[in-house]
Design a protein around this ligand. Structure first.
Ligand code: PLP
Length: 379
């Protein structure tokens, strides 16, 4: 079955009792057992819930994994991954990553004695140089956040595996419509389901999809032991969102490409960071590892300072000033003061997150209306 057919039918069984074509939402926290010490398919909703399981089954199919685990948020999912490691272990993370992941790694994971090194993941030699004998995980995002860097996932998998480490990919921006990291050799794919998977700015969620059963079992153990599971209502909403994932992502990506082409010619724009532009340093890798489009996130730099960028993001109307991304509504933000405010100032500077940067999450509105909104903000 094709991707969009699986997004609708895999995991979403019609209700056997009523024939309802949409499965019910199972809110039960506990399930009657066949006998004492005799566990049925479900026993307690932290350990497993039919509505969550339906979504996990769909996501495993879309990413080509052996199984998926859904969490309360993207951060909870990433926390689940680092929960596998212990004192003395080492993680190499890309430098163009979500600010919250940076904070988790530097201010929470580090408390457990796990060391973290940031490296430019577009530079394979830098990734390899950052690996030590204690490295257990290489963690990357592609496209990266907020500079839209493109990392060669297959090459990173080869490097990580050669050193006995796992490769985890935060694929929130790409979605399985455009990139399937497990097919490229990654071990774990992570999504903030809050974003494109849900797609409508109305749920918080996270997901991990893995290639191998032994790793799935380890992550399931961490999830069940720590309890940051996705609730059934969120799982239902996310399943509904996933049914239109391919249509939304392809349409939104097309609009983003048109906006990037237009912004690249604008005299008040210093540069546009969008992998669909031929002069983007990751364009060739993106063409190889992204399926026919380059995503709906784009960043540009104003010819102007922090205050000018702040004024700009505060003056659009259709592009609403908010963090988050990936929904039908377009959003705008200033990474330096919003999504990446948790970076240490020197790390922001070192990793190219400038004050004039503006990040757009391009929604489903008409291109002409979005362009007119930005035109008004340029003044
Ligand atoms: N990864 C990326 C790329 C994100 O943009 C976000 C949130 O903005 C997260 C992870 C964290 O996800 P959540 O907010 O669902 O915890």
């Amino acid at each position: 079955m094709q991707f969009r057919t699986r997004a609708i039918h895999v995991g979403n069984h019609r209700c056997r009792e009523t024939g309802a074509v949409v499965p019910p939402i199972h809110l039960a926290s506990t399930f009657v057992q066949p006998g004492a010490g005799d566990w049925g398919e479900y026993d307690y909703s932290r350990s497993g819930n039919p509505t969550r399981k339906a979504l996990e089954t769909t996501l495993a199919s879309l990413e080509g994994g052996c199984g998926a685990l859904c969490f309360a948020s993207g951060m909870a999912a990433t926390h689940g991954v680092v929960g596998m490691f212990s004192s003395g272990d080492h993680i190499v993370a890309g430098s163009d990553i979500y600010g919250g992941t940076y904070r988790l790694l530097h201010q929470i994971t580090s408390r457990a004695g796990i060391e973290v090194t940031l490296a430019d993941s577009t530079d394979l030699a830098a990734i390899e140089a950052a690996i030590t004998p204690a490295t257990k995980l290489v963690w990357i995002e592609s496209p990266g956040n907020p500079r839209m860097t493109i990392t060669d996932i297959g090459a990173c998998a080869e490097i990580a595996h050669r050193h006995g480490a796992l490769l985890g990919v935060d694929s929130t921006f790409a979605t399985p419509v455009l990139t399937r990291p497990l097919e490229l050799g990654a071990d774990i794919v992570m999504h903030s389901a809050t974003k494109y998977l849900g797609g409508h700015s109305d749920l918080m969620g996270g997901a991990l999809v893995v290639r191998e059963q032994s790793l799935f079992d380890e992550l399931y153990f961490v999830q069940n032991a720590t309890g940051a599971i996705m609730g059934p209502l969120e799982a239902f909403l996310c399943s509904r969102g996933v049914k239109t994932l391919e249509l939304r992502v392809r349409e939104q990506s097309q609009t983003a490409q048109r906006l990037a082409d237009w912004l690249a010619t604008h005299d008040q724009v210093e540069r546009v960071l969008y992998p669909g532009l031929p002069d983007h340093p990751g364009h060739d890798v993106a063409k190889r590892q992204m399926d026919g489009a380059f995503g709906a996130m784009l960043t540009f730099e104003l010819r102007g300072d922090y205050a000018a960028a702040k004024r700009f993001v505060e003056s659009t109307q259709l592009f609403q000033l908010a963090v988050s991304l990936g929904a039908v509504e377009s959003l705008i933000e200033q990474p330096a003061s919003m999504s990446h405010a948790s970076y240490a100032a020197e790390d922001r500077a070192k990793h190219g997150i400038t004050d004039g940067m503006i990040r757009l999450s391009v929604g489903l509105e008409a291109f002409e209306d979005l362009r007119a909104d930005l035109e008004r903000a340029f003044g």
